[in-house]
Design a protein around this ligand. Structure first.
Ligand code: GRF
Length: 203
C-alpha cells in the first residue's frame, strides 16, 4: 500500500487525477499529506476541502525545509512522494530518505526539454520552437540531478503545425493525468526495480 505525500505548487490537476484514480480503484494508495510551496494554491484549497492534511512550506526558512518535511512525512506515515507540479527543489536529505520512492511528472519527453528553467509554458514553447513533431509526458524517479532521474513511463502526443504553447500543454496534461497514476500503481504493486539508472517493470 502506498501512502503518498503529493507535493504541489499550483492548480493541482495531477493531484486530483491521482485522487480520482484511487477513488476508482485504479490505484491502490491513499494520499496522506499534501505539501504546497504556496499558501493560496488552488490545489491546497481543494485538498483542505477534501479533508486531506496540508503542509505549506511557503514561509519555512530554506535551512529548515528538510527537517520540517521529514517530520511531517513521518507524522503522516507517508512512504512515497509524488511531485505534481512542485516548483521548489527537494532537499537532498529528503531525496536520500526516500531513495527510489519519489516520482515527478514532467510535461515533455525527457531527457530533452528538461532542466533549469524548463517548467510550465517554457517547456512547450521550447518544444514548438525546436520543430519537434512529438512531445509527451515523462514520469521519472527523482534523484539529486534535476529532471535526470531514471525514467519510469513516457507517452507521446503529436505536435501540430498550428499549436500554441497552450494547445500543446493541454494535450500533454491530459496524458499526464493517466500515466502518473499508472506509474504510481506499478510501485503500489511492487513491480519496479532500478538497476544502473534504468527502471525495469516486472511483468
Ligand atoms: C504539469 O504540467 C506537470 O507536468 C508539471 O507541472 C504541471 C502541474 O499541473 N510538473 P497541475 O498543477 O497538476 O495541474
Amino acid at each position: 500500500m502506498l501512502n503518498i505525500a503529493v507535493f504541489v505548487s499550483g492548480r493541482g490537476s495531477n493531484l486530483r487525477a491521482i485522487h480520482t484514480a484511487i477513488e476508482d480503484g485504479r490505484l491502490q494508495a491513499s494520499i496522506t499529506l499534501v505539501v504546497t510551496s504556496r499558501d493560496r494554491a488552488g490545489a491546497a484549497e481543494w485538498a483542505e476541502a477534501e479533508g486531506i492534511p496540508v503542509l505549506s512550506v511557503h514561509h519555512v526558512q530554506p535551512s529548515e525545509v528538510a527537517k520540517v518535511l521529514l517530520e511531517a512525512l513521518g507524522q503522516h506515515q507517508a512512504n512515497f512522494i509524488a511531485l505534481a507540479g512542485f516548483l521548489k527543489l527537494i532537499p537532498s536529505e529528503v531525496v536520500a530518505a526516500f531513495r527510489n520512492r519519489i516520482l515527478n511528472v514532467h510535461p515533455a519527453l525527457l531527457p530533452a526539454f528538461g532542466g533549469t528553467g524548463m517548467y510550465g509554458h517554457h517547456v512547450h514553447e521550447a518544444v514548438i520552437a525546436s520543430g519537434a513533431k512529438v512531445s509527451g509526458a515523462t514520469v521519472h524517479l527523482v534523484d539529486e540531478e534535476y529532471d535526470r532521474g531514471p525514467i519510469v513511463a513516457q507517452r507521446c502526443v503529436p505536435v501540430q503545425d498550428d499549436d500554441t504553447a497552450d494547445d500543446l500543454a493541454a494535450r500533454v496534461l491530459e496524458i499526464e493525468h493517466s500515466i502518473f497514476p499508472e506509474a504510481l500503481e506499478l510501485f503500489a504493486q511492487n513491480r519496479i526495480f532500478v538497476r544502473d539508472r534504468r527502471v525495469f517493470v516486472i511483468k
